[in-house]
Design a protein around this ligand. Sequence first.
Ligand code: M6R
Length: 617
Amino acid sequence: MCGIVGVVGNPEAQQIVLTGLQRLEYRGYDSAGIASLGAEGQLTTRKAVGKLQALLDEVATNPMGPSTIALGHTRWATHGAPSTTNAHPHTGGLGPNTLTVVHNGIIENYQELKSEMASLGAKFLSETDTETIPYVIAASLAHSADTMAQAVHAASKKFRGSFAFVVMKNGENNQLTGTRRGAPLCIGVAENANYFASDPLALAGITSKFIFLEDDDIATISPQGVEVRDATGKPVERPVKTLDLSTDLAGKQGYKHFMLKEIHEQPAVVSSILQAYTTADTLLPTLPMGSLNLAGVTYINIIACGTASYAAMVGKYLIEQYARVPVNVEVASEFRYRNPPYPPGGLFIAVSQSGETADTLAALEHAKAAGQHILVFTNVTTSSMARAAHAVIDLMAGREIAVASTKAFTAMMTTLSLFALQLAAARGLSAKEISTHITALRTLPNHITNQLTNTKPLEDLANHLTAASSMLYLGRGSLAPIAFEGALKIKEIAYIHAEAYASGEMKNGPIALVDKNLPVVNLATSTDGLFEKTVSNLKEVEARQGQVILITDTEGATKLDTHTRDKLTLLTVPTVPAFISPMVFTIPLQILAYLTATAKGTDVDQPRNLAKSVTVE
Ligand code: M6R
């Protein structure tokens, strides 16, 4: 959350920062700001509330003057409402040293630091935790530190929480200093200029060479070079990676929204996964497992947040059913603080599109410290989680820009399905049965494509749902997590309150909500042996005048009697083996949420209050 860009040594510094911030807007879009130092080291700052366009307008109206150094920030508000006062960069100084900072994350002990700094003469203007940073660094400079790196090092020891920040000393227009703990920060390396960014994407087209900082590294960049010191203050060489970011800048390619484009990319994503991770002839899974001995795995924790946690639940169903290994799926924010026992032979799996979600990363580190083998399913193979893992499964979904996850969810379920089969193979499931499931997976791209071609029934339903203030989503077995994901999607982008339950749970409480105003989306497939039970649950809704919406497969639809059929809104998906049902049933729910949101006119790609990458806890 929050995006940072810093440039030193480039006469286009301000423009590079503004372009970079536009690309980082997915990290937060409450407010944005930029600061630069002129030839004499004089500070100029511009800030605006709202989307980045407001800052671009502000800078166009009030140009900043030439400079070769600049810092910028796009904010997802934590401490203090979105306002120009709370927008970054923040400036503060003690004695001769005034500093300007941009920050991502949370300084948890900011209140005690504020009191301490106020007693030294600090004057706080904003409600942010960030504003303590320049003062604490200035205090270090005044007392013990000779260089900015030393001052940042000393100051960082006082900060609690997870954060990344970059700081500029007013009057010194030839260097920037940055550090990170938990939150991401990389350095873009180039000739005669160097860069900081929360994500390499910000610097696509500027450089392809990147250094990913480790926790508590302190980096100083200048036009002449980069110097990195580790947590002990010792100079270190971090590897420089070359990245090809060209495909990440592809834009919407004619689609109205990134979300719609990403929904349509799903057939290609599934094809890429199957091509990369299955054998063409024998149809067996080949996910890279590093040194992990799959046959020795006795217990699995799959830890994730949000949509990724629902993919993890699908993974649990498949792993337990086919590999017969017990699996605990848990949201990372709970797992990380409850000191769970780790059985010998335990495997820890983190599932994360971004690979940066703070809670998941912290849970991973907890498990790693306890000696667990760490497997990460992620879409960003340079992410913090990928770097901390023993083995990484690349989700191969391509960059996902829309805040509401779609193609990454399908990629997670597809790779976890392959993992279930690979584990099952190591535990003796026959190659014949495994190849049957992989054959089913191979039909998935076609089934998804077909569903994307006729969305008219979903459009009619979406128009009806614009009037709904609340909804229920129900599903059984491996479709229960899909109900959860459907409810999350409609909440996130259409702002309709939605609850999801395993269908059988409805009678234990949620049924009290059912009345003629409540749309209830039921998911039922004819291929998992649970169809009749789910139909019984929807009859219970019907008997209480709820608006029954049934999504079932074509075969399932034929099993309904006329009376039942007449009383509900019926949407069909193709009849497929139960192994791939979760992916097939996901598609109409994604489209339904998208069409409902567009009918309501919400900001589909950047819904209110959210950010794509959740790097605070
Ligand atoms: O990057 P991650 O997969 O770790 O993100 C986890 C959640 O923050 C994410 O799935 C979130 O729930 C999405 N907005 C869902 O659409």
